[in-house]
Design a protein. Sequence first.
Length: 237
Amino acid sequence: MKVVDFLKKKSEILAQHQFDLIDLKERIPPALLDHWSEFLNKANNIQIVNWAREHQFISIGSSNNKISSNKTTVVAKPIVLPEEAQKLLTQLSKQINEEIHIGEWMTIDQERINQFAQVTDDQQWIHTDPQRAKNESPFKNTIAHGFLTLSLLPTLTDSVNPEEPAYPSAKMTVNYGLNEVRFLYPVKVNSRIRAHTTLKSVTPIKRGLELVKEIRVEIEGTRRPACIAQTVLRLYF
């Protein structure tokens, strides 16, 4: 088969399988998603070349792009961090897998549960009907919504205190999302909870840092945690 015919055939195959890019995006680590748009813009230009390189028709690293079987090493361009970000990276890198914060106790009363139920339209009786919960619930009392506990993580971890910001050198802090959440034990009404935060990773990104933290929500007097969540935070400088 001629090289031109081969490239044409592969181009047609790739055009019919655009869903592979969607699948690829789901597998990309959060730290690389900033570059997804750039990747899509270049994808059509590099796909055919990659197929040719795989079949040893051309070498991307060759100076004249002649047919060759030479192998190519791709070197990623390093991220240059602002000075304040580099200082924080150095500091946080020493705290990986360490518990970096224990929050204050917070009481979850019925009023707070009812307010959350009203805002979210989740009026299940196990949350809002104390009498029925006493008679029918295996917990013999109302319990907090799991998402109520989750929504309180910024407060429980002191992440939203404007007077004492956790990272004062950062110009902007963004809650980027969650990698994993598990609700392991119900929070009964009038229980007290607090959060334990462990730093799992810190990664340079464009103009800043990405922090992954594991947050364990403790229930006072209970061995099992209410919730364990892995949060993703981005700091921009």
